[in-house]
Design a protein around this ligand. Structure first.
Ligand SMILES: *[C@@H]1O[C@H](CO)[C@@H](O)[C@H](O)[C@H]1NC(C)=O
Ligand SMILES: *[C@@H]1O[C@H](CO)[C@@H](O)[C@H](O)[C@H]1NC(C)=O
Ligand SMILES: *[C@@H]1O[C@H](CO)[C@@H](O)[C@H](O)[C@H]1NC(C)=O
Ligand SMILES: *[C@@H]1O[C@H](CO)[C@@H](O)[C@H](O)[C@H]1NC(C)=O
Ligand SMILES: *[C@@H]1O[C@H](CO)[C@@H](O)[C@H](O)[C@H]1NC(C)=O
Ligand SMILES: *[C@@H]1O[C@H](CO)[C@@H](O)[C@H](O)[C@H]1NC(C)=O
Ligand SMILES: *[C@@H]1O[C@H](CO)[C@@H](O)[C@H](O)[C@H]1NC(C)=O
Ligand SMILES: *[C@@H]1O[C@H](CO)[C@@H](O)[C@H](O)[C@H]1NC(C)=O
Ligand SMILES: *[C@@H]1O[C@H](CO)[C@@H](O)[C@H](O)[C@H]1NC(C)=O
Ligand SMILES: *[C@@H]1O[C@H](CO)[C@@H](O)[C@H](O)[C@H]1NC(C)=O
Length: 707
């Protein structure tokens, strides 16, 4: 298992993105002595230009208990700012009902950042994408009459303005904007809109103008940005997203605006079944240094610095429960080397010369066909230099100011005094870390478990009826991943082999005829729809057709998300099209309704001894917390697909059986935050859709050793 784990980690991709902000111009309307401005060079805080390294840490993807240590490790890693989105659907899951406690306590998170002396970039959105369910929009918006998301559409604008105002007012009343002495130096409105703008025709551009005006009208005293929006209206700053914005960005849309590099989410987050490759520390450092040297970069954000966990059903369609685990702080909050240390050294080298960079003048000179020097000189003869050996060239020895420097291939040497190399992006001195998972509790014996069958729904027992196949999200309202489509099908004579075929818009289908399992199919991230075709035997008379359609997260991107559909689209048995037949629906599982995963719900149910593995089963066990303070993970390698709960808290979906082309699962260990655990008798409940056996499950401790 340890070996398999290690291979998995190596193959996993670095969910990395850089958000790079260039220097800025035009003074933001800074009423009330607003202390945050920008000019053509950088953000200006309290009258000083700042070269800021920032990292994304999303508060609901960890726990309040973890926040102080995550922030402190980010600070030790040389960051000056923490960037987070605001998650609308966590804060207002039902219209007008707001939640701001526990993992949703954004104010507490920001006060923690502030108390450790770091700045905040608050990306309100409130559409955020972020591999988060519905891109952060609350599902109730779907049912607002006449709504068109993210468009020049009154209903959408009213709700977007309402929530944005609510958040801004909350920040103001807690004095969290820098203009009030707080940590927030930047805010973001909308998110990567240009990607979808064409899809809205002439309703796109006025929406962008409205969003900018609305945001600016909230008078926060700190600048606003829009990422991936080349035409962001003044004074909102337009930003670039991508891995290589140093090469691809079209530039600021006015001479008074900075070039901003936000993020490119497409390459790097993990979805089930993908083989992803890790982005090396050297590559990240190279692009950051190039952006600073060549583009006057003055704001750099790592997306993600700590990814964390998509608890519950918060992951978007096909996204893993683990989020950007290969970041400098891993899913458990442990330091990942050499990435963390290598970037820390880069930050230190830049900090040593940041005044020269921000206030000096730049020249460049050629050191060879592929080699350049970028030299910054201050008024009092301070000097800082970047010696660049461009991507594509071999290692080179270059002469710069009468000295020879050896620069490895695709690397940049930083000389904070124009003499001594303080850092080279390809020379990694931090030792590689290895993460160790050690089984602390093995739940390997039959006596440790109890089980319960989930009931296969049948038409006669459903109350929700329709003469057509209903769209899934509009039917479940996202109260569950599960929707039963049931029908009663009359067969004139017994048949050994009748073809049943089902077309579904996604994501997973498990089919039963007369209570017997007949087959499963699933879609993929790229193609979420599926077709199931089976020959089945039917009885003479009425047959119970029970089709369990399962979503693995809501969409999080694309134009017109309100029109997206999922669930069954067509059902045929033999020659009969059942699409307009009477269908009975059951939203969610019986076990979900009974809340089997809580102490109370679990006590009310009649559990029995563990028997052979079979489909659609609930399992429960109890375990004592592993001793010590190491992070804890649940190893579900022996399971198939489902969801897991600890003391009533969902630690997320699992899908071990969806293998990558290398025949490995995408994720087998699931984070159990220490704060979910009590010393003894922790209730573990699983819902398993497939044939997984709980006897292989262990509770592991997670630690890191240096190679
Ligand atoms: C937002 O909507 C709520 C009701 O859902 C209402 O009470 C409140 O006044 C609205 N706020 C704004 C700023 O429109
Ligand atoms: C973002 O990634 C996509 C591929 O997923 C690529 O086509 C695009 O060029 C990237 N954007 C930038 C700005 O680098
Ligand atoms: C998943 O893999 C496919 C095929 O290799 C690739 O096209 C896609 O970009 C990957 N998706 C993500 C989210 O990485
Ligand atoms: C999303 O996460 C929050 C806490 O971070 C949790 O309370 C909520 O139940 C989750 N939502 C879903 C749909 O699982
Ligand atoms: C070097 O500076 C010149 C003049 O300012 C500019 O035209 C050129 O693009 C720069 N070269 C590089 C590689 O930045
Ligand atoms: C380099 O050497 C030349 C001649 O030896 C000398 O004139 C020049 O000042 C030196 N430059 C630096 C930066 O030391
Ligand atoms: C969604 O369901 C409601 C009933 O709950 C129905 O009136 C409406 O037409 C449905 N909308 C769509 C798009 O299917
Ligand atoms: C179909 O379900 C009903 C209700 O549970 C049950 O009475 C009936 O026996 C089932 N029919 C078959 C053929 O299994
Ligand atoms: C997606 O999958 C479905 C079902 O397997 C198939 O019919 C369809 O052609 C696929 N679409 C694309 C674009 O590959
Ligand atoms: C179903 O049976 C027919 C013949 O009765 C056969 O041609 C077909 O291949 C079978 N389909 C499947 C999916 O087994």
């Amino acid at each position: 298992m340890a070996q398999l784990m290690h291979n998995l980690r190596e193959r996993e991709m670095v969910g990395w993105v850089l958000v790079l902000w260039l220097g800025m111009a035009v003074v933001a309307a800074a009423a009330l002595g607003g202390q945050v401005r920008y000019d053509g060079r950088s953000i200006i805080v309290d009258g000083h230009r700042k070269l800021i390294f920032s990292g994304s840490i999303h508060y609901p993807r960890s726990t309040p208990h973890m926040w102080p240590s995550l922030i402190s490790k980010a600070k030790q890693g040389g960051l000056h700012a923490i960037d987070t989105y605001v998650f609308w659907n966590l804060h207002e899951p039902q219209q007008g009902q707001y939640y701001f406690s526990g993992r949703r306590d954004i104010v507490r998170f920001m006060k923690e950042v502030h108390s450790q002396g770091l700045y905040v970039c608050l990306r309100i959105g409130p559409f955020i994408e972020a591999e988060w369910s519905y891109g952060g929009l609350p599902f109730w918006l779907h049912d607002v009459p006449g709504i068109v998301f993210r468009s020049d559409n009154e209903p959408f604008k009213i709700h977007m303005q309402n929530f944005t105002t609510k958040i801004v007012n909350m920040m103001k009343s807690e004095k969290l904007f820098a203009s009030q002495g707080g940590p927030i130096i930047l805010s973001q409105i909308e998110n990567e809109y240009q990607n979808v703008e064409k899809g809205f025709g002439d309703k796109g551009p006025p929406y962008v103008r409205w969003a900018a005006e609305m945001a600016v009208g909230l008078k926060t005293g700190v600048p606003w940005v829009m990422c991936k929006q080349d035409d962001a209206p003044d004074p909102v700053i337009n930003a670039c997203n991508g891995l290589r914005c140093g090469e691809t960005f079209v530039g600021p849309n006015s001479p008074n605006k900075p070039a901003i590099w936000t993020e490119n989410w497409t390459h790097f987050y993990d979805v089930y079944g993908n083989i992803t490759k890790v982005r090396a520390a050297e590559d990240i450092a190279y692009h950051v240094a190039l952006f600073i040297a060549k583009m006057n970069g003055a704001y750099i954000n790592y997306y993600m610095y700590h990814g964390g966990t998509n608890f519950g059903r918060n992951a978007s369609a096909f996204s893993l429960t683990s989020y950007y685990d290969p970041a400098p702080l891993d899913e458990y909050g442990l330091i990942r080397q050499p990435k963390w240390g290598h970037l820390k050294e880069l930050h230190e080298a830049i900090d040593r010369c940041s005044n020269t960079l921000l206030y000096g003048t730049k020249t460049n000179l050629s050191l060879g066909p592929w080699q350049q020097a970028y030299v910054y000189k201050g008024e009092r003869n301070e000097c800082a230099a970047f010696l660049v050996n461009a991507n594509g060239a071999n290692a080179a020895a270059v002469r710069f100011q009468n000295q020879t420097y050896n620069i490895p291939r695709k690397s940049i040497s930083i000389l904070p005094d124009c003499k001594t190399e303080a850092f080279n992006t390809a020379k990694v001195s931090s030792k590689e870390s290895r993460r160790k998972m050690a089984a602390a509790v093995e739940l390997a014996s039959v006596e440790m478990w109890q089980e319960l069958d989930e009931v296969v729904a049948v038409f006669d027992e459903t109350s929700l009826r329709s003469n057509r196949l209903l769209e899934q999200m509009n039917t479940t309202k996202d109260t569950s991943d599960y929707l039963w489509y049931t029908a009663s099908y009359e067969q004139s004579e017994e048949s050994q082999s009748t073809k049943i075929s089902v077309n579904s818009g996604g994501h997973v289908l498990r089919a039963f005829v007369n209570g017997e399992f007949i087959g499963s199919e699933h879609g993929t991230y790229r193609n979420q729809s599926l077709v199931l075709e089976k020959n089945v035997s039917l009885k003479r008379g009425m047959n119970n057709i029970s089709l369990l359609s399962i979503m693995v997260g809501l969409p999080d991107s694309g134009a017109h998300m309100e029109l997206r559909t999922s669930g069954l689209e067509k059902v045929r048995i033999g020659e009969t099209d059942l699409s307009n037949h009477p269908w009975g629906y059951q939203v969610g599982l019986k076990g979900e309704k009974m809340q089997l995963y809580t102490e109370e719900g679990s006590r009310k149910a009649k559990w029995r001894k563990l028997s052979l593995a079979s489909r659609l089963k609930w399992y429960k066990s109890k375990f004592d917390a592993p001793k010590g303070n190491d992070p804890v993970a649940l190893n579900l390698a022996s399971m198939g697909k489902g969801e897991a709960w600890i003391n009533g808290e969902s630690i997320g979906r699992y899908w071990i059986s969806f293998l990558t082309p290398l025949a490995t699962p995408s994720q087998i260990q699931f984070h159990i935050p220490r704060s979910f655990l009590k010393p003894r008798d922790n209730l573990l409940v699983l819902f398993e859709e497939e044939w997984g056996s709980p006897l292989g499950i262990s509770v592991d401790t997670v630690s890191v050793t240096m190679a």
